[in-house]
Design a protein around this ligand. Structure first.
Ligand code: GLU
Length: 406
């Protein structure tokens, strides 16, 4: 049974074994500061009333306001949100941005709602959470299935309720309501900067064969950026299925195809495979960019990548980490590899608070500096500590959080 929060705590214990931290500090990190459950009433288009379960977990704010996305997914539940909130606290520390960790969610399959219902649900989340969030307190953002448009509704609802005019309570907003240049591709791009550092360290080929699980905001942008850098995306999946095309998938054409067909299966020149097959394809880099618990003790022995880069949160279980480590396959952990999103979110929050709007070039340059620096630091520390990149990233994050508490 893979409870994401149990996995997160087990990762914490494993890092603490390599470098023991103060036991009081450790026990403090075993539960969130605050866990909020709400029931959101939504008037459906057919006139009926439906109640949705919503959450916000405010894990740790030693380094700054709670920060993290809101996930809309039919399987979202409190243990997942707690794990995601915990990882956000570590991620913000890894990126060395002045934020703590939080996460929110609603148990819903947004594809089953009309646009009006989705808007009412999103505004409903804000109505109930408004007293608990704010620019200096807790700053939510997009996550799985939540878009800039949804952030736009949320920030509008928040300002209606509180009169706040900064727009700084939500990030990942449309540019017209204070969004930042570059927030859309930020997670994929941050992962790309990390990949470039690791490509050199691990002497990976100049043109890598890459497999990407997930074709949402993160996987889609990563695919495009990596293809533009001369790599071959040989296989890809979305929530409905997976495709392979050994001579490389044209990502621009695939985007067009998906817009029309609402799926990637059937893309001309490709073959359909299963998600399980996708994960174990021979390749240089495997990039899980979807959900948790994808690489487990069931399939870790069959992974044939030279490098795993986690753009999803929590895709690899601790048991799988051990197997991959013993097989010499490095895993760039989520809290480093996908930190680009929250980093540009933090730039957005800063711009809102000081009333500036930075250029895309400025945003990308600042992001690259952070990703390059922290990737190098974590790689070098892992050599000193003689452990994997996840334990090292945890240790670096924990040192920074502990420092802030002191
Ligand atoms: N949901 C993203 C993550 O998991 C971004 C969070 C944010 O921008 O605050 O890192």
């Amino acid at each position: 049974m893979n409870n994401p929060f149990q996995n997160a705590l087990s990762q914490l214990a494993r890092a603490n074994k390599v470098k023991p931290f103060n036991p009081e500090f450790m026990s403090r990190l075993h539960q969130p500061n605050r866990e909020v459950h709400i029931s959101i009433p939504v008037k459906m288009d057919d006139g009926t009333l439906k109640i949705f379960e919503g959450y916000r977990v405010q894990y740790n704010n030693a380094r700054g306001p709670y920060k993290g996305g809101i996930r809309y997914h039919q399987d979202t539940e409190i243990n997942e949100v707690k794990a995601l909130a915990f990882w956000m606290a570590l991620k913000c520390a890894v990126a060395n941005i002045p934020m703590g960790g939080g996460k929110g969610g609603i148990t819903v399959d947004p594809k089953e709602l009309t646009k009006t219902e989705l808007e009412n649900l999103s505004r409903g989340w804000v109505k109930l959470m408004a007293p608990l969030i704010g620019p200096e307190v807790d700053v939510p953002a997009p996550d799985v299935n939540t878009t800039p448009e949804i952030m736009g509704w949320m920030v509008d609802e928040y300002s209606k309720i509180t009169g706040d005019k900064t727009n700084a309570t939500f990030t990942g907003k449309p540019i017209s309501v204070g969004g930042s240049e570059g927030r859309g591709p930020a997670t994929g791009l941050g992962g790309f900067y990390t990949f470039k550092v690791m490509q050199e360290k691990l002497s990976l080929p100049e043109s890598c064969d890459i497999v990407i699980q997930g074709f949402g905001n993160v996987g889609g942008n990563a695919a495009e950026i990596l293809a533009n850098d001369g790599h071959k995306i040989i296989a890809l999946s979305d929530s409905k299925g997976a495709i392979i095309k050994e001579d490389g998938i044209d990502i621009v054409a695939l985007n067009e195809y998906k817009k029309v067909n609402k799926r990637i299966g059937g893309f001309p020149g490709s073959r359909e495979i299963t998600n399980a097959e996708l994960l174990v394809l021979p390749c240089d880099v495997l990039i899980p960019s979807a959900l948790e618990n994808q690489i487990t003790e069931e399939n870790a022995n069959n992974i044939q990548a030279k490098l795993v880069m986690e753009l999803a949160n929590g895709p690899t279980t601790p048991e799988a980490d051990d197997i991959l480590y013993s097989r010499g396959i490095p895993v760039i952990p989520d809290i480093l590899a996908n930190a680009g999103g929250v980093t540009v979110s933090t730039f957005e929050w800063e711009q809102n608070l000081i009333g500036e709007h930075w250029t895309e070039a400025d945003v990308f340059a600042k992001l690259k500096k952070i990703m390059d620096q922290e990737t190098n630091l974590i790689y070098n520390r892992s050599k000193e500590l003689n452990t994997d990149l996840r334990r090292t990233a945890f240790i670096v994050a924990l040192e920074r959080i502990e420092q802030a508490i002191k």
